[in-house]
Design a protein around this ligand. Structure first.
Ligand code: ZN
Length: 331
């Protein structure tokens, strides 16, 4: 196998299901799940996922280009990696999802959904992650990088979302996120059903959801926008120097979540509202029957506004800029 994406889109089981080249061994685990193991011992075990949302194709293309170089034996592999194309059925359909948003189902939340392709897939991906990290001896670097694109345009076209974490984030992980060209980092303050929250909570992984630009169909992505992210991934996989990035990402933390709880839900933003649009204190953001959402802090920024979610799910996040941190780093 040389093209993991084409193989996955074909829906067929590869023959053979494992192989090796002078650099590495590969093992196909299941549809869209591939393990690559370098011949030399390593204490790094990294999960890289993309395509949890089937219409977010740019990172899938970037990741597949790197996988093809590895599968052809053109590049050395440093860490053991598990590569995941999250929702193959949705990728084939070029849709965000078939029935339900898989990136709200992790941590066992899939059990609360009626049987659907995404619920079964979330369970399978949780199992795969557990198998992968339990297999390694003395794993010192345990990272999960989940690649996405946003539905909307954004004041920060490239940003990372980090799950709730009681521990300090590893210094080398933060350096890597900066080198990947991210303009902003958003820190969650509450649990969520995302893949990165699951990996961080259950396996102590350093996890980040990378949002790289806006969703476009396969072949219509301007991959040059993502050069730094691709180069940072390449340096992680191939052991090459990290790209230089002078900019320190701005830091935001979640101040409140807007949840759609009924059919009466109204979001007071239009379809053109960009991610990281600022609103002053007191602005009415949304209403849901009796419930009103207002900007509570002096200034809050919206992230992922989406009124079209199923009841009970997140219709947007409000952020505050983490000025204390930004001051100490001089940005
Ligand atoms: Zn996504």
């Amino acid at each position: 196998m040389q093209d993991f994406l084409q193989q996955t889109l074909s829906g067929e089981t590869p023959q053979p299901q494992s192989g090796e080249n002078p650099q590495l061994r590969w093992q196909w685990w299941d549809e869209g799940i591939l393990e690559l193991t370098p011949h030399q011992p390593t204490r790094q075990a990294i999960v890289i996922s993309a395509g949890l949302h089937g219409n977010e194709t740019a990172p899938v293309e970037i990741l597949n280009q790197l996988m093809t170089q590895l599968l052809k034996g053109e590049k050395a592999l440093v860490p053991r990696i598990l590569v995941i194309l999250g929702n193959p059925a949705a990728l084939r359909a070029d849709k965000r999802y078939i029935r339900c948003d898989i990136n709200r189902m992790f941590g066992g939340r899939w059990q609360q959904y009626e049987d659907c392709p995404e619920a079964r897939r979330a369970w399978r991906l949780e199992q795969a992650m557990e198998t992968f990290w339990q297999a390694g001896d003395h794993v010192e670097v345990c990272w999960h990088i989940d690649l996405h694109t946003a539905i909307r345009g954004s004041y920060h076209p490239r940003f990372g979302v980090l799950p709730l974490n009681q521990r300090e984030w590893p210094e080398n992980f933060m350096q890597w996120l900066s080198a990947a060209g991210l303009e902003a980092l958003v820190f969650h303050r509450a649990p969520a059903g995302t893949f990165t929250h699951y990996s961080c909570e259950h396996f102590n992984a350093a996890s980040c959801t990378l949002e790289l630009g806006k969703a476009q169909p396969f072949g219509e992505n301007d991959l040059s926008q993502f050069a730094a992210a691709k180069q940072a991934l390449a340096s992680l996989l191939f052991g090459e120097p990290l790209p230089q990035n002078e900019e320190t990402p701005r830091r935001y933390r979640v101040s409140q979540q807007i949840t759609r709880s009924s059919d009466a839900f109204i979001l007071h933003m239009n379809a053109e509202t960009l991610n990281f649009t600022a609103f002053p204190q007191g602005t009415l953001l949304a209403e849901d029957g009796e419930k009103r959402y207002y900007v509570q802090q002096a200034r809050e920024y919206v992230l992922f506004p989406n009124p079209h979610v199923a009841p009970g799910l997140r219709a947007g996040l409000m952020l505050v800029e983490d000025n204390a941190h930004n001051k100490t780093t001089g940005s």
